[in-house]
Write a protein of this length. Structure first.
Length: 398
């Protein structure tokens, strides 16, 4: 179902690439007539980065609107998909830097410093990431018992089982980084961070180009679809990163990358007026920081993974090391004696095994032949069984 929906969305994007902006928007207006009277002022529904020096509790509390809840829930879902603290925090910080780099193109990216650092990174994003990781730990520890709903007698149990149908079938722990991570693995994780930022940017550019409010159902459906597409894509990419035996990525990941790149192509083709005022030095600095921060994240993750593994495997004391050496010497002497005894009895054991194998083979042959001869007369059966008995006795005597 997810693959079919993502394929349909990709084909729609390919069709939009060959349209003009007015043609594409007329199709959206035909589906959603309320978009006809929507203007850019409706998207910019409040003032951004005004009087940032005036900080008060009432003003900070006024920014805790429905978008703050959306930030929290969004990062809870992202942390659940990634299941890694460092990568999630890197994406959160890099997104605020992305907003600063593209604020001259999209006015709603202009925010006060306390709005970006405190409300977004620490409060909304931080709580969402932490709650998402707690949810992952709970899903790892719980027992998954999938009984049929017909075998549950109570109505409450059936209702609970129906609700659990929408939860994961199982939950496994992910480990993107470990101390022995290769350079290729670091490069692949850097690609994940860059593509993630590009997918986030497409959401804002598309609604700004086609003039769609953030609260519109079209924007919500697109976010829901991208979330459903990214879940199996991230899992396929994780298996490709950690398993050297997997030489190619899954089809869902290929389709997800194709969707992100096609959305970018739509934005560049139909949003030429928006990109006319682009400050290219901002984009260059942004790209350099994205690459540097991604490799820095990989290095920090490897360092912390190394420290975590060293805590799990403490060093042995000198007394324990001497005991291990003494026990290894004793075991080596005993093993040498046992090897001499085993060499003396090797021929006898091999002969016994050969004879026993022959006996077992002929016994099975006698049973099989008796089963196939059940349709013959009793005289034939008695003669065949006596012949099989003589053969088996002959083998036992030898």
């Amino acid at each position: 179902m997810v693959f079919g929906a993502s394929l349909l969305y990709f084909l729609c994007l390919v069709a939009v690439v060959f349209l003009r902006l007015d043609e594409a928007r007329s199709i959206l207006i035909w589906v959603y007539p309320e978009l006809k009277h929507m203007r850019h002022s409706d998207i910019l529904d409040k003032e951004y980065a005004v009087n940032c020096s005036q900080i008060s509790f009432a003003r900070v509390y006024s920014h805790m609107d429905i978008f703050a809840l959306a930030h929290f829930l969004g990062w809870l879902i992202k942390a659940t998909l990634l299941r890694h603290h460092i990568i999630a925090w890197t994406l959160s910080i890099n997104w605020e830097i992305t907003e600063v780099a593209f604020s001259h193109i999209l006015p709603n990216f202009n925010e006060c410093w306390w709005d970006s650092l405190i409300l977004d990174i620490l409060v909304c994003n931080g709580l969402g990431i932490q709650c998402g990781m707690w949810l992952c730990r709970w899903l790892e520890m719980r027992d998954y018992q999938w009984d049929s709903i017909r075998n549950i007698p109570s109505a409450r149990g059936k209702l609970k089982r129906a609700f659990l149908q929408f939860t994961p079938r199982s939950w496994t722990h992910t480990r993107w980084l470990h101390p022995d991570s290769s350079i290729l693995r670091s490069f692949l994780l850097s690609q994940l961070i860059l593509v993630w930022q590009l997918a986030e940017l497409n959401s804002f550019f598309l609604k700004h180009i086609f003039i769609v409010k953030p609260s519109h159902i079209l924007t919500q459906l697109r976010l829901l679809l991208i979330t459903c597409i990214s879940a199996p894509a991230i899992r396929q990419y994780y298996l490709y990163v950690i398993d050297p035996h997997i030489k190619r990525v899954g089809s869902q990941l290929w389709l997800f990358i194709a969707i992100i790149l096609t959305e970018l192509l739509v934005c560049l083709k139909l949003g030429s007026e928006i990109f006319e005022n682009t400050v290219f030095w901002n984009l260059i600095y942004w790209g350099i920081w994205m690459v540097f921060s991604s490799f820095l994240t990989v290095w920090i993750g490897r360092y912390l993974a190394n420290g975590h593994s060293s805590k799990r495997l403490p060093s042995l004391s000198s007394d324990n090391q001497e005991n291990i050496n003494q026990s290894s010497c004793i075991n080596s002497k005993e093993n040498s004696k046992n090897n001499n005894n085993n060499n003396n009895n090797l021929n006898n054991k091999s002969r016994q095994v050969t004879i026993s194998d022959d006996v077992i083979t002929f016994d099975r042959l006698s049973q099989t032949s008796t089963t196939h001869l059940s349709s013959f007369s009793p005289s034939v059966l008695s003669s065949s069984s006596s012949s099989m008995t003589n053969i088996s006795n002959h083998v036992k005597i030898e």
